[in-house]
Design a protein around this ligand. Structure first.
Ligand code: SF4
Length: 209
């Protein structure tokens, strides 16, 4: 990467773009909503069950000007989901301000492990044990989405729920490879603890991206 590109990436004016696509948001609060997904490369959180490990190495994904990304997004939905990888490894201010200037809604899916940047209409925080969120994001999250891979994840979910604001919606979502074992446990848990809701990866059931 040349020095000028690196500078633009450091400022968030260019971003390592892994993929972008128009689909249906499959998970969490906005399940069922048509949305344009922008998947930014780079993640060092290291979830062993991660289903987008190709995203981890940012160097594999071409630095792309945010103006081009915004132009593409603006042809499709009003809801734009920025995901990764871990998008907060990059400065999200330029991209999100540009999207909002076009009247688009900015949503993020983040582990919270890096400082919060950008202007967001919706923050989905999905904490991971391997690299915990920074403190500031808990208060800002609209949605807490906890992935349940084994029984001990229920305790971790409660620890994280104790840190978010009262208005934050709480979701438990079975990790896809363990869904047969974990979904019945989540159903039982939510019935006993109705402050939680179930989130399913409906896009995987629908066989869409
Ligand atoms: Fe994968 Fe997301 Fe975990 Fe990063 S934070 S390893 S992208 S599941």
């Amino acid at each position: 990467m040349d020095i000028k590109t690196k500078e633009l990436v450091n400022k968030g004016i260019m971003l390592p773009l892994m993929e972008e696509f128009y689909t249906i948001q499959g998970e969490g609060n906005h399940t069922g909503t048509a949305a344009y997904f922008i998947r930014v490369g780079g993640c060092d959180v290291g979830c062993h069950w991660c289903d987008v490990k190709e995203s981890w190495d940012a160097n594999l994904h071409p630095p792309t000007h945010a103006d081009v990304i915004v132009e593409n997004a603006n042809k499709y939905a009003k809801t734009i989901v920025i995901t990764g990888g871990e998008p907060l490894m990059w400065d999200m201010q330029y991209l999100t301000a540009s999207l909002q200037n076009k009247g688009l809604q900015t949503h993020i899916e983040t582990s919270g492990a890096y400082p919060l940047s950008g202007q967001w209409n919706w923050i989905c925080l999905s904490p991971k044990k391997t690299k915990l969120p920074l403190e500031d994001i808990y208060e800002e999250a609209h949605e807490l989405k906890m992935i349940i891979h084994n029984k001990s994840d229920f305790d971790f979910a409660e620890q994280q729920a104790a840190k978010v604001s009262k208005k934050c919606t709480l979701y438990l979502q079975p990790e896809w490879s363990k869904k047969e074992a974990m979904t019945p446990m989540i159903v039982d848990y939510v019935m006993k603890n109705p402050q939680w809701k179930i989130s399913l990866q409906t896009h995987k059931y629908l066989n869409i991206p």
